[in-house]
Write a protein that binds this ligand. Sequence first.
Ligand code: AP5
Length: 224
Amino acid sequence: MIVILLGPPGSGKGTQAAKLARETGLTAISTGELLRRESDSGSELGEQVRCLLRAGLLVDDDLMNEVVAKLLAGEDCQKGCILDGYPRTIEQALFLSRFLEGHGLEEPIVFDFVVSPEAVIERLSQRRQCPACGHIYSAEFDVYGKDMVCEVDGTALVRRSDDNPETIRERLRIYQGKTSDLVAFYKTRRYFALDAMQPADAVGAELISLLDTLRVPLVLRGGI
Ligand code: AP5
């Protein structure tokens, strides 16, 4: 089973991908995280990726397709996976459809996170992330103005380099120009629009309830 989380930057995809992975036992794949790791690696490719991420631009379709295809064929994705941030263009969506068909796999379930641009800007300006484990936080609750640390491993939280106002605007522009076309692409298939303006717990509960109505096999839940 492939679950796609679709939605603009800051709509809560990463937050819900982590929750959903815990609830279902499915592997969460964040193409953004993979790219940030490559960017930090010091490789030549990482240097090119770093420039694109900082500018809020998309990485080449062929490269992303190759990376995702390799992961989908791997051991970790044998039960399926949650795709956070992929596909992001029609070319990527077509590639994924061909890949799934070629491997005799069913069509993905697509959850579209609907949120206002104002909320996106607010959320991304407050986002903090653990550089060690990737856990996502909001500085909304940082009332004391102290450095925030990760609840999981105590590492000091950081801001992503693309969470600055100029890059956020560019990411939103690219989302509207390229990724939002995917709504029309998937709308006639297993597509569900979610009100992502709700609190994160309510969004998570809606996701699980929708998966229930789709009769996602219980065997996936927490490895039972
Ligand atoms: P990526 O890392 O995928 O970034 P994104 O899609 O822009 O999404 P974000 O990670 O910014 O936001 P999110 O929706 O995950 O929200 P989050 O849960 O963190 O990609 C980064 C870059 O990589 C791209 O710009 C592109 O350059 C490149 N890239 C990636 N994939 C690619 C691909 N397939 N092809 C080409 N290029 C690619 O939440 C945000 C904040 O809101 C957090 O602080 C969180 O605590 C808070 N929050 C979450 N939910 C709620 C809620 N319901 N209410 C209130 N606050 C909430």
